[in-house]
Design a protein around this ligand. Structure first.
Ligand SMILES: N[C@@H](CCC[C@H](N)C(=O)O)C(=O)O
Length: 269
């Protein structure tokens, strides 16, 4: 039976979701009782040894003009920028709570998002922000898809030390202060294989939604491939799909599509 009892700030009821292995603690905070200004509490809940364990934590909050508002925190406890897989998971969560049915318009830190849920309920297509600018850092591409991303094309990605190389780029003089998410991509012919070192987790994650979105757009620019297109992406935790239109200047109608599943729920002691 759906647990709809109010969140006790000291013993919050939580839900654990995952989207292609990018995992999140979700809390229904419509009654505003969760103490989200306590960064240590968020960090502790995301800890894989002393907490629930997750790449990030999200609060679902009421909003007067949208179905709900998404507040996203990285595993380090800090309020984060947009999380694509988190966005897909919170849409599945809103459906689970009975707030929405098959479609929604919700508010996140980077603005409003439209999303739709598949018939089976565990696949979410999430519209991402339009992207107008992609810059270069040497051979790599740098762009913001709601969160900042660095995209480097590599070979032998399976064998690569993503933690070491990603951490070096994220902490170099250019990016150390604000941070950046570092994506490595290998072209596999019919799909792209992507691995990501995430800012705020400060580790490789099994998937990054804004990351694979950035990769799909950067590769389209690199290959000068215009028009409406769909890119299939393999990540460590499964498969994602990015659809978009590229007119040679801007990327519009950008959709991040993939699984979003409830894993378990419980109470913090
Ligand atoms: N996993 C996320 C990205 C979350 C934000 C990132 N850690 C940052 O601080 O930029 C995704 O699926 O997009």
């Amino acid at each position: 039976m759906l647990n709809t009892r109010p969140t006790d700030p000291l013993r919050p009821h939580f839900y654990k979701y995952q989207g292609a292995g990018n995992d999140f603690v979700l809390i229904d905070n419509r009654n505003q009782t969760f103490q989200y200004r306590d960064n240590n509490l968020v960090h502790q809940l995301c800890d894989r040894r002393f907490g629930v364990g997750a790449d990030g934590l999200m609060l679902l909050q009421n909003h007067s003009e949208y179905d709900f508002e998404m507040l996203y925190f990285n595993a380090d406890g800090n309020l984060g920028s947009m999380c694509g897989n988190g966005g897909r998971c919170i849409v599945a969560f809103a459906k689970h709570l009975g707030i929405i049915d098959k479609q929604t318009n919700f508010l996140a830190v980077d603005g409003p998002h439209y999303a739709k849920i598949s018939e089976k309920g565990n696949w979410v297509d999430l519209q991402m922000i339009d992207v107008h600018t992609i810059s270069r850092d040497g051979e790599a591409y740098v762009l913001n898809t709601g969160s900042p991303h660095y995209v480097a094309q590599v070979t032998a990605l399976k064998e690569m030390d993503v933690f070491k190389q990603g951490s070096e780029i994220r902490n170099n003089a250019t990016y150390k202060k604000e941070g950046i998410n570092v994506n490595f991509v290998e072209d596999k012919g019919d799909h792209l294989f992507v691995r990501t070192f995430e800012r705020g987790v400060e580790d490789e994650t099994f998937a990054c939604g804004t990351g694979v979105t950035a990769v799909a757009l950067a590769i389209a620019k690199d290959q000068e491939k215009t028009g409406s297109q769909v890119t299939e992406i393999e990540v460590l935790g499964g498969n994602l799909r990015v659809g978009f239109h590229y007119d040679g200047q801007e990327f519009t109608k950008v959709f991040l599509c993939g699984p979003a599943e409830l894993v378990f729920e419980g109470n913090i002691r």
